[in-house]
Design a protein around this ligand. Structure first.
Ligand code: ATP
Length: 310
């Protein structure tokens, strides 16, 4: 049974359709990545799932029970890590965790014991007594994450947990999240960092303008673009472009074109060496051609026409 099922979920703010009939599920033992640019609808989706916002339409089911039929039960099953830090700067790491433990309904003895465990798992035991205001950005993110875990949720909602932290801190947090997944927590993970989604998530949903445009494993999403047959050309495309080349767009799908780069996927099952020959024969001076597996960014570009890295 899936831990979370979201069906045709919708929410508008005035004329803005922030979330537009979104359907997906998070299964036991998986990290499901919801990827999309700023304003795509990720936070609004999470806010509805955890009961902060009432959907205009659609159904949210947590471990088999409709969220709004028993919100208390749903909240016991899930932990939520908001994008904005929800911790008290004047209190210590330990005090923050114990506080959220009590808020989650733990006895004070249980909250204390679980806090010790979490501080250890988050590698923060030696800073446990220090006020949060003295922590680095990465440490604050870790405590923010820990605050959602006191009651051992089976389902964790993580809204861009690695925004604005340095690479080493990011690695630590991602390792911690992987360990949580391995110990049986199902995770919904929103991000606009594609590399994170590529390496962390078992399945990925691509969201833009409130709509879920595609979902699947990375391999399934890559397959939509023609498996491993994506060609990246470096050349001068100022005066010549694919729409000027006879029949080119029947044989190749253009993923991205700039003045100096062209990324295309071969259409149908074609021999890569034939494709290469054709690309090298184009009426432009080609400096380099590489054959690669499509990245998640290529998939995103194809689906939305936009580059998430911009
Ligand atoms: P980000 O990564 O920037 O947080 P996001 O994918 O989480 O982006 P949302 O925050 O869900 O996107 O926003 C989706 C759309 O809904 C945006 O156009 C946003 O401006 C709009 N929106 C979100 N919350 C509100 C609100 N309370 N009132 C009005 N519009 C809102």
């Amino acid at each position: 049974m899936s831990l979370l099922q979201v069906e045709r979920l919708s929410k508008s703010f005035g004329a803005i359709r922030a979330v537009d009939s979104v359907t997906f599920e998070v299964r036991p033992g998986e990290i499901y990545g919801l990827i999309g640019p700023n304003g795509a609808g990720k936070t609004t989706t999470i806010s509805m799932i955890c009961g902060l916002l009432k959907p205009d339409a659609g159904q949210i089911t947590v471990a088999g029970t409709a969220f709004w039929s028993d919100p208390q039960r749903a909240k016991q099953i899930m932990g939520v890590v908001p994008q904005e830090l929800a911790i008290y700067e004047e209190l210590s790491g330990r005090e923050n965790l114990e506080f959220w433990g009590r808020m989650a309904g733990l006895s004070s003895a249980d909250a204390r014991a679980r806090t010790v465990e979490l501080l250890e798992a988050l590698s923060l035991t030696d800073r446990a007594k220090d006020a949060i205001k003295t922590y680095s950005g990465g440490m604050k993110r870790r405590i923010n994450l820990g605050c959602a875990l006191l009651h051992r949720p089976k389902l964790l909602l993580l809204d861009e947990p690695t925004v604005a932290i340095d690479p080493q801190a990011r690695v630590n947090i991602l390792e911690f999240i992987r360990a949580l997944r391995d110990s049986g927590t199902a995770i919904l993970y929103t991000t606009h960092y594609l590399e994170e989604a590529e390496t962390l998530c078992q399945r990925i949903g691509v969201i833009d303008h409130g709509q879920l445009l595609a979902e699947g494993t990375l391999g399934e999403l890559q397959e939509r673009l023609g498996g491993d047959r994506v060609f990246a050309l470096e050349a001068d495309f100022k005066d010549s472009s694919p729409d000027m080349w006879d029949g080119f767009q029947q044989r190749f799908r253009v993923i991205q074109k700039t003045e100096k780069h062209l990324t295309v996927a071969a259409i149908g099952t074609r021999d890569p060496s034939e494709c290469l020959k054709e690309l090298l024969g184009l009426p432009v001076r080609v400096q380099n051609v590489t054959l690669k597996r499509p990245s998640l960014n290529d998939v995103f570009l194809q689906l939305t026409g936009r580059d998430l890295r911009e």
